[in-house]
Design a protein around this ligand. Structure first.
Ligand code: ADP
Ligand code: 3PG
Ligand code: MG
Length: 394
């Protein structure tokens, strides 16, 4: 990465404002159901603590739309972070108000303070300069480690860098190194698996990857738009009728570029959107009219597993079926397990794909699981991320 990191600057005795992405899923009672984004921030926080910095953390959680709402408080995050760090993390009651001012004024070396949810102020998402300046006034240095929010040009993700020296944390560095290397310098064959709901969500990624990969494997609901574009019946499957031309263009482009574009040959269909619905595997050319495609089929799974055995680098974004329902998680789970056993460099991007792998309990078998949803998609698309662009060059 060509951006400065915390290693490149003096942090000892300094007040350091660290933007993290603590936007974690919670139950209604505030219980955190997946703490990976908090765990991913520990390296940077521990480094700063060990180097006697005064650590001021900030993050958003959800989309509270500019006002205080208890259910969007970072209180559960502060508790979890205290537990993981093995030291108290003081939570300010506000973001730039009296509580934040007092805690950041009195912070000592090695201490950790967390400001409340930055999105309790509309100025955050508006990237308001006065708000950014006020946040910056608490610190001597800005560290961005919120990879999951790096595609947002908000006050705490980019705006503050106008007022403070700005460097990256270890998480952003790791994300960029893994995904950047895979894209720029892949060990070949380089394959990408794309699933998820909509072609339209992933079109930028598909187009960018067609320039880079040797094989592109398609699964998930977006496959049905391709089938429809080839004139097949797709029943009640998710299908974007206004994207049929686009699907045809993608297939054409793959041919021109010499990319092997693989589509499912069979699919598991269900009667209705219900975990226990009746289901069966049919050929992709024979989807019954009143059924809905929810997973890739047995033959497709075999074919994809065989192809992936040849890969040296694999990037995967989006589950291959309705993986929240057990009987339609077979495609996603089998491919995930095959990748877990592979010697290839395996990189997972996207919230739902990462959640699927976490559910099976094989997360540690992958080279890299991105903490970014939208951010990793934009990175794979080759877009510039404002939260990274704003940092000092090496
Ligand atoms: P990611 O978050 O990994 O980028 P997406 O958000 O694009 O992935 O898509 C994930 C969602 O797509 C999941 O909720 C999954 O259930 C759904 N999905 C995948 N395949 C199908 C399908 N065939 N029918 C309905 N939903 C599907
Ligand atoms: C995410 O969960 O993708 C990030 O935390 C960004 O959240 P946002 O989409 O609300 O900006
Ligand atoms: Mg998703």
């Amino acid at each position: 990465m060509n951006k400065k990191t915390v290693r490149d600057v003096e942090v000892s005795g300094k007040k350091v404002l660290v933007r993290c992405d603590f936007n974690v899923p919670q139950k209604e009672d505030g219980t955190i159901t997946d703490n990976r984004r908090i765990v991913a921030a520990l390296d940077t926080i521990n480094y700063l603590v060990e180097h006697n910095a005064k650590v001021i953390l900030c993050s958003h959680l959800g989309r509270p739309k500019g006002e205080f709402k208890k259910e969007f408080s970072l209180e559960p995050v502060a508790k979890e972070l205290s537990r993981l760090l093995g030291k108290e993390v003081k939570l300010a009651k506000d973001v730039i108000g009296p509580s934040a001012t007092e805690l950041t004024n009195n912070i000592k070396e090695g201490e950790v303070v967390l400001l409340e949810n930055v999105r309790f102020h509309r100025e955050e998402t508006d990237n308001d300069p006065e708000f950014a300046k006020k946040l910056a006034s608490f610190a001597d240095l800005y560290v961005n480690d919120a990879f999951g929010s790096a595609h947002r040009a908000h006050a705490s993700t980019a705006g503050v860098a106008e007022y403070l020296p700005a460097v990256s944390g270890f998480l952003i560095e790791k994300e960029i190194n893994f995904m950047g290397n895979a894209l720029e310098n892949p060990e070949r064959p380089f394959m990408a698996i794309l699933g998820g709901k909509k072609v339209s969500d992933k079109i930028g990624v598909i187009e960018a990857l067609l320039e880079k990969v040797d094989t592109l494997l398609i699964g998930g609901a977006m496959a049905y738009t391709f089938f429809k574009s080839m004139g097949y019946e797709v029943g009640k499957s998710i299908c974007e009728l206004d994207k049929l031309d686009l699907a045809r263009e993608i297939m054409e482009k793959a041919k021109t570029k010499g990319v092997k574009l693989m589509l499912p040959v069979d699919t598991k269909v269900g009667k209705e959107f219900d975990p226990n619905t009746e289901s069966k595997v049919v050929k992709c050319t024979q989807i019954p009219k009143d059924w809905e495609g929810y997973d890739i089929g047995t033959e497709t799974i075999k074919m994809y597993v065989e192809e992936l055995k040849k890969a040296k680098t694999v990037v995967w974004n989006g589950p291959l079926g309705l993986s929240e329902f057990e009987q339609f998680a077979v495609g996603t789970d089998t491919i995930a397990k095959a990748l877990a056993d592979s010697d290839a460099i395996t990189i997972i991007g996207g919230g739902d794909s990462a959640a699927a792998i976490e559910r099976i309990g094989i997360s540690d078998k992958f080279s890299h699981i991105s903490t970014g949803g939208g951010a990793s998609l934009e990175f794979l698309e080759g877009k510039k991320l404002p939260g990274i662009e704003c940092l000092l060059d090496k």
